[in-house]
Design a protein. Structure first.
Length: 78
């Protein structure tokens, strides 16, 4: 589907619906095309490192108050 900039401003909701149905919409200024409406590519989140693609689980006792107190004492010089 080819539309002018004026038509695109006037009927943007309809054009977006057309794109969602799989139609291609080209917007032209006078004769030459200047833009194309299209569905965005899906966003792929990549994880890097050794845990890529694997679930991460904390070890048992990671939140033990006694261990936390000991670690805090190490940092505080006590």
């Amino acid at each position: 589907m080819h539309v002018t900039i004026h038509q695109a401003k006037t009927h943007l909701s309809r054009l977006i619906a057309a794109v969602e149905r799989g139609e291609e919409v080209v917007i032209s200024r006078r004769k030459p095309p200047v833009a194309r409406l299209m569905v965005p590519a899906p966003v792929v989140v990549k994880r890097i490192g050794g845990l890529a693609g694997r679930p991460f689980r904390m070890g048992g006792g990671f939140d033990d108050p006694a261990a936390n107190t000991g670690i805090a004492a190490d940092f505080m010089g006590g």
